[in-house]
Design a binder for this molecule. Structure first.
Ligand SMILES: [Zn+2]
Ligand SMILES: [Zn+2]
Length: 114
């Protein structure tokens, strides 16, 4: 990790993002719209030549309690997982986190019967 990483433009909303998060991690998605880019090869490691847009799919919370965002590439459908940064927008994050609850695959009334 170095501090010489260039800033980058979000491919989706055009926001300029700093290369590093407030935590000092390498930033892998836009903190405004949470869109990422397919630059890492998830299977073989190293750099991917895909470079397509990756849309945020869901939020996962591993045992360490730090939220992670799951992205899917719009081009090759590869999945990636990255740490949520301290300056990620709370609103878009919550929108993704509650999406399954807002659109349940069964009528919510069923919960009242169990
Ligand atoms: Zn963005
Ligand atoms: Zn891809």
């Amino acid at each position: 990790m170095s501090n010489t990483e260039p800033d980058f433009l979000c491919v989706h909303c055009g926001l300029t993002m700093s290369a590093l998060t407030p935590e000092g991690d390498e930033r892998d998605h836009c903190s405004g719209c949470l869109t990422s880019r397919h630059v890492h090869d998830q299977h073989d490691g190293g750099v991917s030549d895909c470079a397509a847009r990756m849309t945020p799919l869901s939020v996962v919370v591993p045992a360490d309690g730090r939220w992670r965002l799951v992205h899917r590439c719009v081009d090759c459908a590869e999945l990636s997982e990255g740490l949520v940064a301290g300056d990620d927008g709370p609103l878009p994050l919550m929108r993704i986190a509650v999406r399954p609850l807002a659109e349940p695959p069964f009528p919510l009334e069923l919960l009242g019967r169990v």
